[in-house]
Write a protein that binds this ligand. Structure first.
Ligand SMILES: [Zn+2]
Length: 188
């Protein structure tokens, strides 16, 4: 899709999908298939695509209004659901190094979050919505090792495998050699 030409637009359904994706991914497609079409040096590398897909996955959320899947992104925090207009801003974000995971029922913590260059990523944690209270969220330890969580006030607790703990603002969780920091996102 060349933004400067309207003689080769994709079909309407493709254009609808286009709008679902965050700007960073649209920019990458334009770079690859518009600039890169004639200038191979400007094409997107495999590493850039992998980073972009990781970022897309980290922002994948379930709309609180209608349940549709949408993509939130740190660079576009005001994104709204294409289906119903509800804000896609997550209640919390989980920061691990340079990655930011939006808390939603679709969010997982994986080995590619904990270290770079992981090819066969494995899920080690799963975000869970509280069954009764929509404002409360948990993180479930799916790994075989205990995690150590430190609450904002300093209290330290151990999260054993197959257990869930509530996510709270300022909580740090040591997962292997990485640290996951939970932060409340505004407007949630
Ligand atoms: Zn919606």
């Amino acid at each position: 899709m060349d933004p400067s030409r309207d003689d080769n637009r994709p079909s309407a359904i493709v254009q609808q999908y286009w709008a679902i994706y965050p700007r960073f991914l649209q920019d990458l497609f334009v770079q690859a298939f518009v600039a890169g079409a004639h200038h191979p040096g400007q094409r997107v590398t495999e590493g850039q695509w992998i980073k972009a897909m990781d970022r897309l996955r980290d922002g994948m959320v379930t709309c609180r209004g209608c349940g549709a899947t949408g993509f939130w992104d740190l660079a576009e925090p005001d994104r709204t659901c294409r289906a119903c207009g509800t804000s896609l801003a997550p209640p919390y974000v989980l920061k691990i190094g340079r990655r930011t995971v939006a808390v939603s029922p679709l969010a997982t913590l994986r080995t590619d979050h904990l270290a770079s260059g992981v090819d066969d990523s494995v899920v080690v944690g799963q975000v869970r919505a509280h069954p009764q209270d929509a404002t409360r969220w948990g993180l479930h330890n799916l790994s075989t090792r205990p995690w150590e969580a430190t609450y904002g006030a300093g209290q330290v607790v151990r999260l054993e495998p197959d257990r869930t703990m509530e996510i709270s603002d300022g909580m740090r969780i040591a997962v292997d050699s990485a640290t996951v920091l939970a932060t409340r996102w505004q407007g949630a």
